[in-house]
Design a protein around this ligand. Structure first.
Ligand code: UFG
Length: 336
């Protein structure tokens, strides 16, 4: 099977390309390198011994997509290409809605034109807004998103539901990721945020490696076990494997629209993560307690039962693996 991976050189995309190649899929990538480096292509080759076919360009470019679908005989698409910085999305809503929604519309139009109707879409737990309870099930209420990034994911989910309603020959899996962290065990690929990281794990790793001075823990007065925010952190390699299982489901079923949480089902607090990181890497993480970050919620973790039952997928790697691999990647790529 030949898979088009949009945004395939990015953080989750690159790890998914590795798993696809390992499983014997052919991989075609389109990426505009807005938040990725071309050298990731070589790193994927180094890990797997296999090549991907790479198209440099933007998904908004209908002609380019048309060319790819015409030349490559694509069987299914995994769509990662999107902007994903929550804070930035508040400052740049038009850019976020344009990039995260218009590109999907162009993609769907081209998929329809070329009769490719199998799609795995990269969504997020952020579509649940401030959850009414935890753990969160797929059937729980969505909406009440607090930033344009989250709203863009919610809108695309709705577009996909409407599309399926209009033509139920489509075969679509919507994957709602919880908090992906960590990196490939080789240290060759991982998360490389531009500038100062907004997310917890890359920030911790940079404090530990002395690139940043001190982590601010955003609030210790939440109604959680130690007062700090609780999240469902999932190793990016486990997450990548979830995409293979979703593709296999689409191959089995022929048509349908399926939604899955991809998480571990375990909630860890910010202090849990700091402690695990220090212990497994034998390194100090300087931190101070700071004000709550606007828009943050107290607790968010998944009920991953549906993915286990229907996809035969569950996260295997531990919080220690996540901390070890995140730090290994930062140390190996410190001076890049
Ligand atoms: N945190 C800190 N200090 C930091 C950064 C984060 O204390 O410097 C805390 C946050 O307050 C939160 C936890 O660490 O309690 C996790 O924060 P992240 O920014 O790493 O992740 P979020 O849960 O806020 O958001 C992430 C992704 C979103 C996605 C969401 C889904 O960034 O894209 O998970 O649950 F939508």
């Amino acid at each position: 099977m030949k898979i088009l991976v949009t945004g395939g050189l990015g953080y989750i995309g690159s790890h998914t390309c590795v798993e696809l190649l390992k499983e014997g899929y052919e991989v075609v990538v389109i990426d505009n390198l807005s938040n990725a480096k071309e050298e990731v292509k070589d790193k994927i080759k180094e890990i797997t011994g296999k090549n991907i076919k790479f198209y440099l360009g933007d998904m908004i470019d209908e002609n380019l997509l048309d060319k790819i679908f015409t030349e490559e005989k694509i069987d299914a698409v995994i769509d990662f290409a999107a902007y994903k910085a929550v804070g930035e999305s508040v400052q740049k809503p038009v850019e976020y809605y344009t990039n995260n929604i218009s590109t999907v519309l162009v993609l769907l139009k081209e998929m329809k034109k070329h009769n490719v109707k199998k799609l795995v879409f990269s969504s997020s737990a952020t579509v649940y807004g401030n959850p009414e309870h935890v753990p969160i099930k797929e059937t729980d209420k969505t909406g009440g998103t607090t930033n344009p990034y989250g709203t863009s994911k919610l809108f695309v989910e709705q577009i996909l539901k409407d599309l399926y309603k209009s033509d139920n020959a489509w075969d679509i899996a919507i994957l709602r990721y919880f908090n992906p962290i960590g990196a490939h065990q080789s240290g060759l690929i991982g998360e490389e945020p531009n500038g100062i990281p907004a997310n917890l794990m890359p920030y911790i790793a940079k404090v530990a490696s002395k690139e940043l001075e001190c982590l601010s823990v955003f609030g210790n007065d939440y109604p959680t076990k130690d007062g700090t925010g609780v999240r469902d952190y999932i190793h990016v390699v486990d997450l990548a494997k979830g995409h293979i299982k979703a593709l296999e489901k689409l191959e089995r079923e022929q048509a349908g629209l399926y939604i899955y949480n991809l998480g571990t089902g375990i909630g860890y607090s910010v202090l849990d993560i700091i402690n695990a990181f220090e212990k497994v890497n034998q390194v100090k993480v300087n931190y101070k307690i700071a004000e709550r970050r606007p828009g943050d919620i107290a607790e968010c973790y998944s009920d991953p039962t549906k993915a286990k039952q229907e996809l035969g997928w569950e996260a295997k790697l531990t919080i220690e693996d996540m901390c070890k691999d995140a730090y290994n990647f930062i140390l190996k790529n410190k001076n890049n």
